[in-house]
Design a protein around this ligand. Structure first.
Ligand code: GRF
Length: 193
């Protein structure tokens, strides 16, 4: 039997997308294994989730390093040790630099809560509400050196109703994310076989 595809999930916060990936694996709809969580915020909720699932974590504080090259070199080393095939960014609040991009070119994806190229960067949900658009959504894309600029892999729209609150829109977008991310990762894995 073929070995399972080995994923590393990078996250800085809650980790609800990590949860969704973990659920899909447990339910058998995603044929992969999360072998490491990388987190740049000591104390983030996602670390607890990884601990509960007995998944290895690499938690670091960027302030402890002189440069991005320094911490990314260490991350790349950790990923190599556990033989990571794909890097899955899920709320990792940091631009990926050349060290990791070179190591995982074409095997690193991100999820963003808007229909890119609209509303890249921070607070995409707030940006969409402020602009008054009637539709926003979710994008999954390859990671390149830019901010949410890589080649788009999958998108799903979410309607914004009149007077919709931020909380409601955020929930709707997250519901879509939690379905679309595991499904898209599964497709990528299958295509790569
Ligand atoms: C998600 O909305 C994702 O689109 C964005 O950051 C958020 C992460 O949420 N990049 P979570 O930590 O997975 O709950």
């Amino acid at each position: 039997m073929k070995d399972k595809t080995r994923l590393a999930v990078f996250a800085s916060g809650t980790g609800s997308n990590y949860d969704a990936i973990d659920q899909a694996i447990k339910q058998g709809t995603l044929d992969a294994e999360v072998v490491m969580i990388v987190c740049d915020r000591p104390g983030a909720q996602v670390i607890e989730k990884a601990d509960q699932n007995k998944v290895a974590t690499f938690v670091f504080d960027p302030k402890d390093y002189q440069t991005k090259v320094d911490f990314e070199t260490e991350i790349a080393q950790q990923l190599r040790e556990v033989k990571v095939d794909w890097v899955i960014l899920a709320g990792y609040m940091r631009l990926v630099g050349p060290t990791l991009l070179a190591a995982y070119h074409g095997r690193m994806v991100n999820i963003h809560p808007s229909l890119l190229p609209a509303f890249p960067g921070l607070d995409a949900i707030g940006q969409a509400l402020h602009a008054g658009v009637k539709v926003s959504g979710v994008t999954i894309h390859y990671v390149d050196q830019g901010m949410d600029t890589g080649k788009i892999i999958a998108q799903q729209p979410v309607k914004i109703e009149e007077d919709m609150t931020r909380e409601v829109l955020q929930r709707k977008i997250q519901d879509v994310e939690h379905m679309l991310y595991p499904k898209t990762i599964q497709q990528l894995i299958k295509e790569g076989e």
